[in-house]
Design a binder for this molecule. Structure first.
Ligand SMILES: *[C@@H]1O[C@H](CO)[C@@H](O)[C@H](O)[C@H]1NC(C)=O
Ligand SMILES: *[C@@H]1O[C@H](CO)[C@@H](O)[C@H](O)[C@H]1NC(C)=O
Length: 432
């Protein structure tokens, strides 16, 4: 029989052994195949194998530094417009040259950029710091800069490119025969073949919006707080906005819903703020109506943040993500209506009396847009793929200043993004 002290000794040793075993087991067990999928939770960006990683919006929505493999895996349908542009220039059998990125054909709202070693350089601006163009220009530069930072963090080096951007509502790309100018723009008119030379970029509202919309990240968070089932939403179709930007479509909507009990539609008067409704309040309605403006309208991305049913008229313009709007079938994620609104009443009334069907559409819209393709993570992935796609069909740019002596040979062209956003002045300063 063991003496009491020996017994105590024995028990303590046993505890020590057990403890050692547990300490030894736990780090080792993290790398066993049974829980390998969790390795992505600790550090999604370091997961080498995309197949043991999934995009989880609650965790990854604002991760701007997914790896290229994770970008492909998380957003398989995101890059249609990049692919279209690459195919367009391939079929044309024309490499975009430095001359094709000139912007003299635009009076304003345009700039020329250089990407080199994952950093952004401004080569030339044309009237970008006036009126609404200043915030748009700064937003787009920050969006690009952020995406480049994400590439750097995830260990990806993007190819050098030189390109032109416009932040106007319309690209106004030259429509003379055989023209080869190329420009990055928010939107293009589907019926206009000249605009096929435009490369679609996420618009400036993905950075932040005017009229108290806040940063896009905040707008998504505010919309999430309004989450509710169809049954608990106001059973009406809502719209707020100005009419002058598109009299035919927006004026037509006002006429189509005049006096209808299923509609809450009103024109906003900015001078008095009459009829203004914050974005998150739009989310309290069962149906949210989208309308085009002068060209595309940035509002759709905000409406898609609501877990309501988006009602979208037939559009003349497209953007980098409109191909993800599915009008019918098992993947339907909005209600399509005619541009003259003739079928609006019939459709809203039908879906008001079929709430389970409406709920499915709203659920799919949220899953597709707010929780996947319109996340800051997806946006960063899109910019990076755009840089790759563009580099495939454009000439390798001159990175350094031409010239000899005084270190001119290793002077990178243009001004850095970092300096530009401090000065916020046209570049080059002479305007030359
Ligand atoms: C670019 O345009 C300039 C001025 O029109 C012209 O002199 C030059 O030859 C052009 N370069 C190429 C490669 O076409
Ligand atoms: C456009 O290109 C075609 C085919 O190369 C050529 O026949 C035509 O003359 C060109 N048009 C102009 C205005 O340069």
């Amino acid at each position: 029989m063991l003496a009491p002290t020996s017994l105590l000794c024995y028990v303590l040793s046993l505890l020590l052994i057990i403890q050692t075993f547990i300490f030894w087991r736990s780090p080792a067990s993290k790398s066993t195949p049974a829980i390998a999928p969790q390795s992505g939770i600790a550090s999604p960006a370091s997961s080498a194998n995309a197949s043991d990683w999934r995009f989880e919006p609650a965790r990854d929505a604002s991760n701007i530094a997914l790896t290229a493999a994770q970008c492909d895996f998380a957003f398989p349908k995101l890059y249609a417009e990049v692919d279209r542009s690459v195919k367009f220039w391939r079929d044309k059998d024309h490499r975009i040259s430095a001359n094709d990125t000139r912007i003299r054909w635009r009076r304003d709202a345009a700039f020329r950029l250089l990407i080199h070693d994952n950093s952004l350089r401004i080569l030339e601006t044309r009237d970008t710091m006036n009126g609404p163009y200043r915030p748009r220009t700064l937003a787009v530069l920050h969006q690009l800069h952020q995406a480049l930072l994400g590439a750097t963090v995830s260990g990806e080096v993007l190819p050098p490119i030189q390109f032109a951007v416009t932040v106007d509502d319309m690209s106004l790309i030259p429509n003379v025969e055989n023209d080869t100018h190329a420009i990055w723009s928010f939107t293009r008119r589907l019926a206009d073949t000249d605009q096929e030379r435009c490369w679609m970029i996420p618009d400036f509202n993905f950075w932040a919006g005017p009229d108290h919309a806040g940063s896009f990240y905040d707008a998504q968070a505010r919309a999430r707080r309004q989450n509710a089932y169809m049954l608990d939403k106001i059973p009406k179709a809502v719209w707020r906005g100005v009419v002058w930007t598109n009299q035919a479509v927006r004026g037509g909507l006002l006429q189509a819903v005049a006096g209808k009990p299923w509609a809450d539609v009103a024109e906003v008067v900015w001078a008095t703020k009459a009829n203004f409704m914050p974005l998150e309040d739009l989310c309290r309605y069962a149906f949210v109506i989208h309308t085009e403006g002068r060209s595309w309208s940035g509002r759709l991305k905000y409406l898609l943040n609501c877990d309501s049913v988006p009602v979208v008229h037939k559009m003349d313009w497209t953007t980098h993500y409109y191909h993800l709007l599915v009008p019918a079938g098992a993947e339907q994620n909005h209600i399509p209506v005619r541009r003259d609104w003739a079928d609006l009443e019939k459709k809203v009334q039908r879906y008001l009396t079929h709430l389970p069907a409406s709920q499915k559409i709203a659920d799919r819209a949220i899953a597709t847009f707010r929780d996947q393709y319109l996340t800051p993570a997806a946006e960063a992935c899109y910019w990076r793929r755009l840089v790759h796609g563009y580099s495939e069909v454009s000439e390798k740019p001159e990175v350094f200043e031409a010239g000899v002596g005084d270190g001119a040979l290793d002077k990178v062209r243009g001004i850095s993004f970092e300096e530009f956003v401090l000065a916020q002045e046209e570049w080059p300063p002479s305007g030359g």
